[in-house]
Design a protein around this ligand. Structure first.
Ligand SMILES: C[S@@+](CC[C@H](N)C(=O)[O-])C[C@H]1O[C@@H](n2cnc3c(N)ncnc32)[C@H](O)[C@@H]1O
Length: 191
């Protein structure tokens, strides 16, 4: 009897792990989490304020949402295509006492409404950011901020860059340019 229980539990764990990996792989970048310090730096760079709404596009295990809610007193919304991740995030939010401040939506971020976002966080590849730029430009309200981990938005000039952690900040509507035009302006200002 005990063998049956152990085998059933193992079977469920294997199935859930496989779903965790395979479903997102059909849509975009794999589930590689951002380091905690990098998340804090990015949210500070975005000047996330208490009560503001932050979206994490591709919320993974929900760590960005938890940092935003616990350390910045923000309201956090995760958009995640993986159903197992969505259930995990919802349980994690409840278990940590953040049931009111964290929401998760089982959605494809290429189609998600982002109209009420004050800050959008994304950790994706440059191929993904390039494909997302029109959607973000249409959806994000003027003055809202976008922070991107590692990948820049090829046609836009960042408003700031954390060069150590490689985090790019953009303020909507985006300015046409590139990291190079940002660095040239910065060099001009300081010289
Ligand atoms: C690199 S991980 C980042 C996880 C989390 N944001 C973090 O920084 O720790 C990318 C996440 O995006 C999700 N994802 C990939 N393509 C997506 C899509 N089109 N719509 C929504 N989520 C997606 C994956 O399931 C994965 O959890």
């Amino acid at each position: 009897m005990i063998y049956l229980v152990v085998i059933s539990v193992l079977f469920i764990v294997v199935i859930l792990s496989a779903l965790w990996i395979t479903i997102p792989a059909l849509f975009g970048p794999p589930s590689v989490p951002t380091r905690m310090n990098r998340i804090r730096k990015a949210l500070r760079l975005a000047n996330l304020q208490p009560g503001e709404i932050v979206y994490d596009l591709g919320a993974g295990d929900g760590r960005v949402l938890l940092v935003a809610a616990n350390e910045f007193n923000a309201r956090a919304v995760g958009i995640e295509v993986g159903p197992v991740q969505c259930v995990f995030i919802a349980l994690r939010a409840l278990a940590s006492g953040n049931g009111d401040s964290i929401r998760v939506r089982w959605e494809n971020y290429f189609k998600a409404s982002l109209k009420d976002a004050d800050v959008v966080f994304i950790y994706a590849t440059s191929k993904e950011t390039g494909r997302l730029s029109n959607h973000l430009k249409e959806q994000m309200k003027p003055g809202s901020r976008l922070v991107s981990i590692s990948a820049d938005f090829p046609e836009w000039e960042p408003a700031n860059i954390d060069e150590l952690e490689l985090v790019f900040l953009y303020v909507m509507p985006p300015v046409i340019g590139s990291p190079a035009t940002y660095l040239m302006k910065k060099a001009g200002d300081s010289g």
